[in-house]
Design a protein around this ligand. Structure first.
Ligand code: PHE
Length: 475
């Protein structure tokens, strides 16, 4: 067992100053590039409505029960995620090896941050591009006098410049490390309390603008038209479930960690419901912000990961005030990415504090630096197709670059595996009285939650894991 003194700020004394602080920090973690960059591109690539409906089903039936399971492990354990899981296991007289549910997740968070920060660096680049455009040409349509090819070519230009990508990644990691160094209350909670309200104001403003000036009708029918044939399409279902994990920050030790800072009196079920609904609303609203503009400009909605960085800037060319709205849009994405990256760093940093017994400041810098170095590889692999990817030696990652391998290793393996272990542990092995004292629900809701955690979550998550690992099974 780790020495209690080394838990530092993760110990019983430190924590969120209020329930509002907890809610904002947790929403800050959940709402990020997953909602703004990944959700619209996944929805676009998977045919819209069917994906959205299945996604919402996944959030309610799988995401929410797991979210409650994770925060309650944290609040009971009140240490690092790994140590918290071990404590709950010990008090349940179950094997201490159940702490693996958190170690797997912690490594998932560590790996996600290596490439998350690279993408956040791209976001910074677009903040700079739009800011430069506003300064040079005022607030009219973006990039006037440039062809669509030139504007969508900015992304290729960035990928061609490895040093610039690495520099932006370094800048983003430096800010992330700084916030985590400042601690749970003075760093994480404080920036969430400032950036999240600003984020919501920007999101609502940009969405109203987009619905008013873009093609709202096309966006609505794309996001909400129901096509039963697509709904029962296995790859669409798997993408939706994987996206729900990523977006709710599940299976990454992170919600256990934030739960560890929660006050004894906080109702965890109610709070989890607020977090999950805020995250889902933001994903859908982000779709309503992005698709009307993209449809109005007639650029490809199924562009995938380049949707935000290529299709959207081209779309802003023809919108009134597009330069300014584009700038505000990328500033908003930056805010969302930062409140997620600090959560990703916190999850592995606190464990390293326990293991190595160093201060929060030293540990934040050390862990953040290692993540930065691995991220350099991810950035380089976007610039250089031949960049060595050790993971590609394994058949599962064959043919992928390092960036994509890190994404699939975390998203398709580690997060679902951690979620699966969590569901089995809480559903079957954890002490019921201990769990019931933490969860804050009773009656029919309680029975439903138990059923979902013990039966639906393991089966559904087990399936994503299997199909994620062996996609050929889907034919
Ligand atoms: N949920 C975050 C997003 O949507 C990403 C994330 C995953 C953050 C796991 C923390 C832990 O961008």
């Amino acid at each position: 067992m780790a020495p209690a003194s080394a838990t530092g700020s993760a110990s019983d004394t430190a924590g969120w100053t209020s329930r509002k602080g907890f809610v904002l920090a947790a929403i800050g973690s959940a709402v990020g590039l997953g909602n703004l960059w990944r959700f619209p591109s996944e929805a676009g690539a998977n045919g819209g409505g069917a994906f959205v409906i299945f996604y919402i089903g996944c959030v309610v039936l799988i995401g929410l029960p797991l979210l409650l399971s994770e925060v309650l492990i944290g609040r009971h354990g009140r240490a690092s995620a790994v140590e918290s899981a071990r404590r709950v296991a010990r008090e349940s007289k179950a094997s201490r090896h159940w702490s693996a549910l958190a170690s797997v997740g912690m490594w998932g968070a560590f790996i996600i941050l290596t490439f998350y920060s690279v993408v956040a660096g791209w976001v910074l680049y677009y903040v700079g591009l739009f800011a430069g455009d506003v300064l040079a040409n005022g607030v009219g349509g973006a990039f006037q006098g440039q062809s669509a090819e030139q504007v969508s070519g900015y992304m290729g230009g960035l990928f061609g410049n490895a040093a610039l990508q690495i520099g932006l990644h370094a800048a983003f990691m430096a800010v992330t490390i700084y916030v985590v160094m400042r601690g749970v209350t003075g760093g994480i909670e404080r920036i969430a309390s400032v950036l999240m309200p600003a984020f919501f104001v920007l999101l609502v403003g940009i969405t109203l603008y987009s619905l008013a000036t873009g093609d709202a009708g096309a966006a609505f029918s794309f996001l909400f038209s129901f096509n039963p044939e697509r709904l029962l399409h296995a790859p669409v279902m798997l993408s939706a479930l994987g996206q729900a994990f990523f977006s709710l920050s599940l299976g990454s030790a992170m919600m256990i960690q934030y739960g560890a800072y929660a006050n004894r009196n906080t109702n965890l079920a109610g709070t989890s419901a607020i977090i999950a609904s805020a995250d889902t609303s933001v994903a859908i609203i982000a779709g309503l912000a992005i698709f009307p503009i993209v449809f109005a400009a007639g650029v490809d909605v199924a562009a995938g990961p380049t949707l935000m960085f290529q299709a959207l800037p081209v779309a802003f060319q023809s919108m009134p005030g597009g330069a300014l709205i584009g700038l505000l849009f990328f500033v908003m994405v930056f805010f969302a990415a930062l409140t997620s990256s600090v959560a990703l760093l916190e999850a592995s940093m606190v464990r390293a504090m326990e293991v190595f017994g160093q201060s929060r400041a030293v540990t934040s810098i050390a862990v953040g630096s290692v993540i930065f170095v691995v991220g350099i590889g991810a950035a380089m692999s976007m610039s250089d197709a031949d960049f060595f990817n050790p993971l590609a030696l394994l058949p599962f990652f064959a043919g992928q670059n390092l960036f994509d391998s890190l994404d699939s290793l975390s998203g398709k393996i580690l997060l679902p595996l951690s979620g699966l272990l969590t569901a089995i542990f809480i559903g079957w092995f954890a002490d019921r009285r201990l769990i019931d004292a933490e969860n804050g629900i009773s009656g029919g809701m309680h029975i439903l939650w138990r059923f979902l955690v013990a039966w639906l979550c393991p089966v559904a998550v087990g399936l994503i894991l299997i199909f994620g690992l062996f996609p050929d099974l889907l034919g």
